[in-house]
Design a protein around this ligand. Structure first.
Ligand SMILES: [Ca+2]
Ligand SMILES: [Ca+2]
Length: 590
């Protein structure tokens, strides 16, 4: 009998930016109570804190080289942080300032290294980026997917969409929710979370919600954590009963990020799934049907099949070591051997990357060697011939930049329609080698404040501390004397905003030179005194704040500035125009 390593069929989910509300209750409405959020917290605590703390710090997506790139970023962002909370805020707020949010389109990036390289991602991309960078900083971060919307007291499970993703970050002995839309920034308020966030799955696994029908979670096809086991249900039934044979579980997010599993199946009359744990084949005996293989490598016959994580999810789009060799684990198929130094590969869209024009020695499935030894021939077929062609011997020739997919099979002969083993070799051909940008760009979105340069930002009069903090997540604001003011205090010129990671910018309020946040005759008097050398404030912000009448050859304070500020203080000048004329507005597209 011919054996086959099968290719997963995945459910493709589209995570978009737009939360929606469920409408009136019907018989599919499920009461939303904090009990449901309690189930999420119980799962996170039991799996990621108590049983498998290493899973909470596992770098899940990317190569060794990608990991080094992101480790450098993690170290930079958190070098001055003393607590895990500070690290969480530093990483999340850097992402808010520097990664452009873009809802789902073809070129949206999901994997952390792609999100970093392009500084663009949707909720999935941003969520994975934040959680993985935090893990490299030693802080547990876990990506969750589900529904966001005002569920008030119920959720109608039958027709909702799984439309959003967010991150739970562990510090201060609890899990804190951070939304990649950056409007929910670190909360463990279970009443609030229950009302706004319904969690379908946590890195591919659903908590077990007491009393909730299985078929309404994650499109009816999910791995549930029940009594300490990871079990696959399909439309409310154990998956092997549903399918009547061996079943594979799981789904892919946005068609790119795999959360697949391999389940135990034993029909009782000798039929089975054919898999076993490599390190301890007897472990299978203690598993029940539909339980996922977990915690190490599993074999299919004499072939290395998959690396399964502690939560039963198969590692994919990453690199793992097996018998001292670094293997590339692709999206949904068996490991591939990387030629040359496996440490140096980067992944693009989850695939090993080659540069256009260089020789491509494609990664090869492990089974190729033994199949040749068994006298079989290996055939190759390009699924993407417009991007790259493949010769009969497997030599890939790239024609242009893009994602390349090659079908590889072992057969008795070249014209044999059947195959023994089959799979895909997927690589990415890039036009040039990536350069990574570690800089921190001060990007603000509120109409109350805007960027001037690397050291100053402009604020309107009467802008509160709270308004600035809402735009610059994790910011600490201090007044001229270094004190931390109340949230409703009005920011004055010269106040300092320190961002997580240590970057500081100073406020400039046009016309406000005495730092009280408003424009009065006192400001005009200061400007006049400074213009004739009776006032000497060397701070850059002082001149910027008073330079309303622009001068040739750089800002300076003159009697004309003083007069305009005096007129402005009594409403004879439109002070909004002073603000409009300063700096530039950066639209982050939130
Ligand atoms: Ca003032
Ligand atoms: Ca001037």
């Amino acid at each position: 009998m011919k054996k086959a390593i099968s290719i997963f069929v995945s459910v493709v989910l589209f995570l978009t930016a737009f939360p929606f509300s469920v409408s009136a209750a019907d018989d599919m409405a499920i009461s939303i109570t904090p009990d449901i959020t309690d189930a999420v917290y119980s799962y996170l605590n039991e799996v990621y804190v108590e049983k498998y703390p290493a899973l909470a710090l596992d770098f899940s997506f990317g190569s060794c080289s990608d990991r080094r790139v992101l480790q450098k970023l993690a170290d930079m962002l958190t070098k001055d942080c003393k607590t895990d909370e500070e690290k969480a805020i530093a990483v999340v707020s850097w992402a808010d300032r520097n990664i452009n949010y873009k809802s789902y389109v073809d070129t949206t990036y999901y994997f952390p290294i792609d999100v970093f390289a392009h500084r663009t991602g949707n909720c999935l991309g941003l969520g994975l980026f934040i959680s993985q960078v935090l893990r490299l900083a030693g802080v547990p971060g876990v990506f969750c997917a589900g529904t966001r919307g005002d569920m008030k007291d119920h959720i109608r499970l039958s027709d909702r969409e799984i439309d959003h993703g967010w991150v739970m970050i562990y510090y201060n002995n609890t899990w804190n929710l951070f939304d990649p839309l950056f409007d929910v920034f670190g909360t463990d308020d279970r009443e609030f979370i229950s009302r706004w966030y319904f969690t379908d799955h946590i890195e591919g696994v659903s908590p077990h919600y007491e009393g909730m029908p299985y078929e309404y979670v994650f499109y009816g096809d999910c791995i549930f954590y029940i009594d300490g086991r990871f079990i696959h249900y399909k439309d409310g039934m154990p998956a092997s009963e549903y399918w009547g044979n061996a079943a594979e579980g799981g789904s892919a997010l946005n068609g790119s990020v795999p959360y697949f599993t391999k389940n135990r199946y034993d029909s009782g009359n000798g039929g089975g799934d054919g898999f076993y744990h490599i390190d301890d084949p007897d472990r299978k005996k203690s598993m029940i049907n539909d339980e996922c293989y977990s915690g190490g490598w599993i074999n299919y016959g004499d072939m290395v099949g998959y690396y399964t994580k502690e939560n039963g999810i198969i590692a994919g789009c990453t690199v793992k070591e097996y018998n001292g060799e670094k293997l590339f684990l692709p999206y949904g198929s068996t490991p591939l051997r990387l030629h040359g130094d496996a440490d140096e590969y980067t992944l693009t869209w989850g695939a090993p990357t080659f540069i256009l024009g260089e020789e491509i020695i494609a990664p090869e499935p492990l089974w190729v060697e033994s199949e040749i030894a068994n006298g079989r021939v290996i055939t190759y077929e390009s699924i993407t011939p417009e991007i790259a062609t493949v010769s009969e011997t497997g030599k890939i020739t790239a024609l242009q930049e893009g994602y390349v997919s090659v079908m590889v099979s072992s057969r008795d002969s070249y014209d044999d329609p059947g195959n023994y083993c089959g799979g895909f070799i997927e690589i990415y051909v890039a036009a040039e080698k990536r350069e990574y940008d570690y800089s921190d760009k001060l990007i603000v979105e509120a109409t109350e404040i805007k960027v001037m340069d690397d050291t100053n930002f402009a604020a309107r009069e009467n802008t509160t501390v709270e308004a600035v903090k809402n735009s610059l997540l994790g910011a600490v604001i201090t007044d001229e004397k270094g004190n931390v003011p109340e949230e409703d205090a009005v920011i004055g010129s010269g106040w300092t905003v320190t961002l997580p990671g240590g970057m500081s910018v100073v406020a400039v309020i046009p016309g406000d030179l005495d730092s009280d946040g408003g424009v009065s005759s006192a400001d005009a008097r200061l400007t006049l005194r400074a213009s004739v050398g009776l006032e000497n404030n060397p701070n850059e912000w002082f001149t910027k704040a008073g330079d309303i009448e622009k001068d040739e050859g750089g800002a300076k304070l003159s009697a004309a500035d003083a007069r305009t500020i005096l007129r402005g203080s009594v409403g004879l000048e439109n002070r909004n125009l002073w603000y409009d004329a300063i700096g530039q507005t950066v639209n982050t597209g939130h």
